[in-house]
Design a protein around this ligand. Structure first.
Ligand code: ZN
Ligand code: FE
Length: 239
């Protein structure tokens, strides 16, 4: 199994440390090097690979400094080649690479950026979604269309419900407030809003989430089955 450790970077980003059973060490989306290197040093670890979900600076900004400290492989979206420097492994939906004795696969999830990918470890049931999905929210459509994002969500929701989801930002409190506005009568959203408020009051992360929890409380995933969400149908129709 792969062990995941969350490393807060920048203002509200999360990078993730992955440790495989075979001792392999990976880092997902190091938007900033300092906190990641400090943490790795404190555990006497060196990275073997950096995984990247998309080309935005708050996800790749730490790579040059990390590489200066300890050169390792970089794996990222093949469709963002040229926008992410010196990738060693180009990932797309046909990829079947291994890390930590596990084969991982890739979902291409355009919407936030055109080449955005999610990295999926089916054995450990982990999904690194970058800025495609957030806890109770989703990424802004910077490059793709709403229709594309919609299809990207379909790929994610097809995974097992107990998949753990690790996203790129801690935006949960404001997302939860939004979800509550859209579905004020939804008991699961109400309960989660309270839970999230409590966690954030103690500066605790709300990540990871699970696909089950998102299907229950993330209005962007719930939109497609809910006729009452005129606003969201509009987004889809515009796609
Ligand atoms: Zn982004
Ligand atoms: Fe981001």
């Amino acid at each position: 199994m792969i062990t995941v450790t969350l490393i807060p970077v920048l203002n509200d980003n999360y990078a993730y440390l992955l440790q495989g059973d075979n001792g392999e060490v990976g880092v997902v989306d190091p938007g900033e090097a300092g906190p990641v290197i400090d943490y790795l040093k404190s555990k006497d670890l060196k990275p073997d690979i950096i995984f990247v979900t998309h080309h935005h600076g708050d996800h790749i900004g730490g790579i040059p400094e990390m590489q200066e400290w300890h050169r390792c492989k970089v794996a990222g979206p093949s469709k963002e080649m040229g926008r992410i420097d010196s990738m060693d492994i180009l990932l797309d939906e046909f990829s079947a690479e291994t890390f930590g004795d596990e084969t991982y696969d890739v979902l291409e999830t355009p919407g936030h950026t055109k080449g955005h990918i999610c990295i999926h470890f089916p054995e450990s049931k982990l999904l690194f979604v970058g800025d495609t999905l957030f806890v109770m929210g989703c990424g802004r459509l910077f490059e793709g269309t709403a229709e594309q994002m919609w299809e990207s969500f379909d790929k994610i929701t097809a995974l097992p419900d107990d998949t753990k989801i690790y996203c790129g930002h801690e935006y949960t409190l404001s997302n939860a407030e939004f979800c509550l506005k859209v579905e004020p009568e939804n008991e699961k959203i109400k309960a989660r809003y309270d839970e999230v408020k409590g966690l954030r009051a103690q500066h605790k992360p709300t990540v990871p989430t699970s696909l089950r929890e998102e299907k229950d409380t993330n209005v962007f995933l719930r939109a497609k089955n809910a006729e009452q969400f005129g606003e969201f149908r509009l987004i889809k129709d515009r796609g």
